[in-house]
Ligand binder design. Structure first.
Ligand code: ATP
Ligand code: MG
Length: 389
């Protein structure tokens, strides 16, 4: 798939900008702090309905209008897909209270209001950033987010299970506290254990399947990036025991049963803690490079290659699952790669229908500049065609 006629209004540092965009390679050149990452964040938001970096949606609304009468950021684009064309619109509507700014999202598909959960993944996208190295070297939360955002784009049931899991987890945690304070009976937990394990089973099954799918792709990419010198392995390590501990791949009900058992075994500890200690919200998976755990042992360059391999694997996973290409977004990642690895990345993403690349150093990616179908300059949140040679 590919997008065109992208419009940003009052989004981050963009007051109002239109970008035609082309199928193939698009490159956006800009100095630091001009709006390169904001542009790709906007496209990724149209895809996942989540910001790639803000924790508060109000941060997405342009500061100058956030306290005005009409504190709304708006993103619109046309999406051309195998499954039919689509006009997508996301409005981020700010609300100011005395002490803080908040915001909610409104979505329209072909001008019809939709729930955000119905819109996730209608535009599929993969975003590469220089922070991706933290998927390998950072805390488990970032590895979970990598999987969650990837799977949500192709599996609406997963998104619903995640939302339900989060609600039930909150209920169960407050009940655990009540049991600890002797305001409720431990037997009351049985119902919530079942509920949590039901959504949990769906999540655990989807995550282990997704990892199973991306491992061979990531291995292939890692080998391409390192000329065969480096090998990557990925192991799913949920707290209730990994899939590899079972004789054959296990299904949702078995994951659910496993979770209920582990919760039962740990009930006293969880009551004392007043909180749910195991489950998909505490999951992790480990990445090994040449046999050693990458977060602790791999060099920075190896970690970067591993992260890049994971993103490339994500792109092929989405392509296979959708039968259509996701839009590939590269935020300033090419200039930190040596020529050989850059070529390996470009060669692969060239097989996708559309790529949008940002760079602060066009001279370092001259080869890309000359091949691009669309070239733009961003300066202080305004996009114009690139007039250089
Ligand atoms: P770099 O090369 O350093 O990565 P960039 O071009 O990617 O720079 P962006 O991250 O897109 O820069 O940010 C551009 C500018 O947008 C920053 O100066 C930032 O302060 C500004 N900005 C971010 N959010 C808002 C907002 N809500 N309202 C107004 N300006 C904002
Ligand atoms: Mg940036």
């Amino acid at each position: 798939m590919f997008i065109f006629d992208l419009e940003l209004t009052n989004f981050r540092n963009y007051a109002r900008s239109s970008v035609p965009l082309h199928p193939g390679l698009n490159i956006v050149v800009g100095e630091n702090a001009q709006g390169k990452s904001n542009l790709l964040e906007a496209i990724y938001l149209l895809s996942t309905l989540r910001s790639s970096r803000a924790s508060n949606d109000a941060d997405l609304v342009r500061r100058d209008v956030l306290e005005s009468e009409f504190p709304v950021a708006r993103l619109t684009t046309q999406v051309e897909r195998a499954a039919g064309s689509l006009h997508l619109e996301v409005a981020i509507v700010g609300r100011s209270t005395d002490s803080s700014h908040r915001a909610g999202k409104r979505v329209r598909m072909n001008s019809i209001a939709k729930r955000t959960s119905e819109t996730v993944g209608q535009l599929a996208a993969v975003l590469f950033t220089t922070l991706d190295i933290d998927i390998v070297a950072g805390p488990p939360l970032l590895r979970r987010r990598f999987l969650d955002l990837m799977i949500s784009q192709i599996d609406r049931g997963y998104l619903r299970a995640m939302q339900r899991y989060a609600r039930v987890l909150q209920q169960r945690n407050s009940l655990l506290k009540q049991v600890r304070e002797r305001e409720a009976s431990a037997n009351d937990l049985n119902f919530w254990d079942q509920e949590l394990a039901h959504s949990g089973g769906i999540i655990l099954k989807a995550r282990s399947d997704a990892l199973g799918h991306i491992v061979p792709h990531a291995q292939l990419q890692m080998e391409r990036l390192s000329d065969g010198a480096e090998h990557i392995d990925i192991v799913y390590t949920p707290a209730m025991g990994g899939a590899d501990e079972f004789d054959c791949p296990i299904d949702e009900t078995e994951w659910t049963a496993r979770m209920i058992k582990v919760m039962g075994d740990r009930r006293d500890r969880e009551i004392r803690a007043g909180s749910t200690l195991i489950g998909p919200h505490r999951d992790d998976w480990t990445i090994h490079v040449n046999g050693l755990e990458a977060g602790a042992f791999a060099s920075r360059a190896q970690q970067r290659s591993a992260a890049l391999s994971l993103r490339l694997a994500e792109a092929s996973y989405l392509r296979n699952a959708l039968g259509d290409d996701p839009v590939v977004l590269l935020d300033d990642v090419l200039s930190e790669l040596d020529a050989r690895r850059r070529e390996a990345v470009l060669e692969y993403i060239d097989t996708f229908q559309q790529t949008i690349i940002t760079t602060a150093e066009p001279d370092r990616v001259r080869d890309v500049m000359t091949r691009a179908a669309g070239r733009y300059v961003v300066s202080m949140g305004a996009l114009t065609p690139f007039e250089g040679e």
